[in-house]
Design a protein around this ligand. Structure first.
Ligand SMILES: C[S@@+](CC[C@H](N)C(=O)[O-])C[C@H]1O[C@@H](n2cnc3c(N)ncnc32)[C@H](O)[C@@H]1O
Ligand SMILES: [Zn+2]
Ligand SMILES: [Zn+2]
Ligand SMILES: [Zn+2]
Ligand SMILES: [Zn+2]
Ligand SMILES: [Zn+2]
Ligand SMILES: [Zn+2]
Length: 440
């Protein structure tokens, strides 16, 4: 059962989520839970469920608010495995007796020569190379369950694009929150000007990275599994006045936006406190699909969407070559509070500079003089509809009853209008003809 994705909420009505006060919520093994409830019934009728895993098979914690027995649930302590993982790392890297390093992909454990025997029938990677060890995402099997880790890795072009942006913005420290391949890439290619720190739910990184660059972490509730790692992380946040830190995140697309935004706020606050800076949001890069724009902007209007299409190497639909979106390319974009004019998109890869927008946009995104912007969101070339007063997807048809362009012919106008969002201002409850922001 997928209860918690944003799209489900939109369809099924109003499943809300309470995450601000989460440290007071009962805990599952993945930290404080989130409180889910229906808008018309209120939090008392809601339930607490795991912040990280969106499937009961992956984390079975699910307790209705009214069944919460404080003694039973509130003070439950879960065993922290971080210490054990770190002990395995120490042994793995200790070369006093054995130098060779191996990995069992079946059991997901690093091994030395004398550990190999019980794994002889398993899928083994013997004698890991230095390059493998420098970036474990080069050989670890991605955990690509969409209701859990949803581990999809950037392709090389995306990594190079991000590197270019970070250079241009003169970033000197980066937090890779749920971005292990980016972390691996940057620590190997950019270490003389950029320090990277990885925050991820995947405990396997314990084996390859020490506490100076990795913390086992849940970004949906800002939870560190290990206190020692949290302290090291706080040290990493401390910057000199000449340095700049950027927070980069690529969460699973099934994650709700509210808890992530909450975490971004908490981390910004912590960063400012540690550095004795006035309140200001951190520069953030957030990779997410273009169709989530409304949810991100509803919570945080400072985030704008950049036209760059982000590709993954191990996801069929989320690449330019994927079958589902082949015509329009990957639907994955970069959302950021950094002014879009500061980002340079690669001209040889389907992008151009639009002098009127004063930023780079996709080649197919033609500037509309009436809307005064390059309007496309999804990679198609939009056309301007004079009746709607805005640009729309090319295959939309203007409906005389709805007074707007719609996707489906023969739709039920009453039902359709009730659910729609205005394409000009993004709000619900009216459509373009009645929008106060309409220009033409
Ligand atoms: C879509 S992948 C992003 C990887 C990125 N594209 C890269 O190549 O570096 C999501 C990553 O976030 C991690 N993750 C998933 N849920 C998380 C959570 N609740 N907290 C922290 N990390 C999480 C996964 O383990 C995975 O590494
Ligand atoms: Zn859990
Ligand atoms: Zn094994
Ligand atoms: Zn333009
Ligand atoms: Zn237009
Ligand atoms: Zn129209
Ligand atoms: Zn409007």
């Amino acid at each position: 059962m997928t209860l918690y994705t944003q799209q489900t909420t939109e369809q099924s009505g109003k499943l809300l989520i309470k995450c601000e006060d989460e440290t007071r919520h009962p805990r599952c093994p993945h930290g404080p839970t989130l409180l889910f409830y229906m808008k018309d019934k209120g939090p008392e009728e809601g339930f607490y469920a795991c912040a990280a895993y969106r499937d009961r098979k992956l984390c079975s914690y699910n307790v209705p608010v009214k069944d919460l027995n404080s003694k039973q649930h509130l003070n439950r302590v879960y065993y922290n495995l971080s210490r054990e993982y770190r002990a395995i790392r120490e042994k793995f890297w200790d070369e006093t007796y054995e130098k060779e390093k191996h990995y069992c992909l079946t059991c997901n454990v690093p091994l030395k020569e004398s550990d190999l025997q019980p794994h002889s029938e398993h899928s083994l990677l013997r004698s890991l190379s230095e390059n493998n060890l420098k970036d474990p995402t080069s050989f670890l099997l991605p955990i690509n369950n969409d209701k859990g880790n949803a581990q999809y890795y950037f392709d090389l072009k995306a990594l190079q694009f991000f590197e270019g942006c970070l250079r241009k913005l003169e970033i000197s420290k980066i937090l890779c929150m749920g971005a292990p391949r980016l972390h691996g890439y940057l620590r190997n290619h950019c270490k003389n000007w950029l320090q990277s720190f990885l925050l991820d739910l995947d405990h396997r990184f314990h084996y390859f990275y020490d506490d100076e660059e990795f913390a086992w972490y849940n970004m949906c509730n800002n939870f560190f599994f290990d206190e020692c790692q949290r302290r090291k992380f706080i040290r990493f946040l401390k910057i000199k006045s000449s340095q700049r830190l950027l927070l980069f995140t690529d969460p699973p697309f099934g994650c709700r936006t509210e808890p992530i935004i909450n975490t971004l706020r908490e981390l910004s606050k912590l960063f400012n406190e540690i550095n004795h800076l006035p309140h200001q949001p951190l520069p953030i890069f957030w990779v997410f699909p273009y169709f989530s724009e409304q949810y991100i902007q509803a919570e945080c209007s400072a985030f704008e969407m950049c036209d760059y299409k982000v590709n993954y190497i191990n996801h069929l639909s989320y690449t330019d070559n994927g079958h589902k979106f082949r015509k329009l390319g990957s639907p994955v974009r970069l959302f950021t509070n950094v002014p879009l004019g500061l980002l340079k998109l690669p001209v040889g890869e389907g992008y151009k500079y639009c002098a009127r927008c004063e930023r780079y946009t996709a080649l197919e995104n033609r500037h509309c003089n009436k809307c005064n912007k390059c309007p496309s969101k999804n990679g198609a070339t939009y056309r301007h509809c004079l009746h709607c007063g805005t640009c729309v997807k090319p295959y939309y048809i203007h409906c005389g009853d709805c007074h707007r362009c719609t996707q489906k012919e023969g739709h039920n106008c009453v039902e359709y209008q009730a659910k729609q969002r205005c394409r000009i201002c993004g709000k619900q409850g009216h459509t373009e003809p009645k929008c106060s922001l309409r220009k033409t």
